[in-house]
Design a protein around this ligand. Sequence first.
Ligand code: NAI
Ligand code: 15L
Length: 275
Amino acid sequence: MMQRLLITGGAGALGAMCREKLQHLAHTIRVTDVADLGTAAPHEELLRADLAKPDALRQLVDGCDGIVHFGGQSTEAEWTKIRASNVDGVINLYEAVRLSATKPRIFFASSNHVTGFHDISEQLTPDAPFKPDSLYGVSKVFGEAVARLYFDKFGIETACVRIGSCYPAPSGYRMLSTWLSYRDLIALIESVFAAPHLGCPTIYGVSANTQSWWDNRSIEHIDWKQIDDAEDHRSNLPADDARTQFDVYQGGAFCDPGAHYGINVDNRHCDNEEI
Ligand code: NAI
Ligand code: 15L
């Protein structure tokens, strides 16, 4: 059991769920977010902080032996917003870890959108070439590269987990391939912190879906057995789940040029010409 586990992004969907379900991993759960975190349970420490501001990070990481890093921009948006949370925020976190006495192991919430432009007919392993489908995906590629650098240079261990679609249940046909159930996510986090030697593996965070596009066989040193299969929820999917031209890509709607930068793509091209 760890002394203190830090969960970043604790006010978000996955952070709030894990805050409840990971109590058994540490004596103290330290929860942080830039947003309001509500009331602390007896085993919790709540610290409100912006990951983009380096000064707060030393205090956040101090005394922790594990970090579940969910904090960040979780969809496509303006670059300045993505850069603050997912680029500056990640560097700030790893610098704080490097300077800490405990050198905590990190579960980094990367995303399937680092390889979103691969075709849905492909079966990917974690060493497939990056094909990010968004600036958001690019920021997660950056995060994985930072994790690798800090492992090779400073020995800081990270599991880079390319989460698929982590929700209570699949809600569309794409999720028959990408769904990660909450209990399979919890089991993966437990396995990452239980592994005697972690290293810096890349893992697709996906349940045992019959239609999965991702093959994790290369991470057999992590004892993770998924339980759920999105197929069991097929009959609950909405009959009117419309397919679009972007559903030929694994990243689906994130591949739409119209969704670039969180604004009208034509405006963006004008900006580029001026540069
Ligand atoms: P979310 O958007 O619900 O939560 C993210 C949290 O991070 C929010 O509470 C937000 O306030 C916080 N945050 C953002 N910028 C921050 C900053 N500068 N400083 C401090 N806190 C900041 O996202 P969700 O769904 O809980 O996802 C958690 C993580 O997992 C994200 O990093 C996301 O990119 C990743 N992920 C999630 C997937 C999913 O299916 N839910 C799929 C793939 C990746
Ligand atoms: C992600 O990376 C997002 O954080 C999440 O909101 C979902 O859109 C997910 O990918 C997905 O691909 O379904």
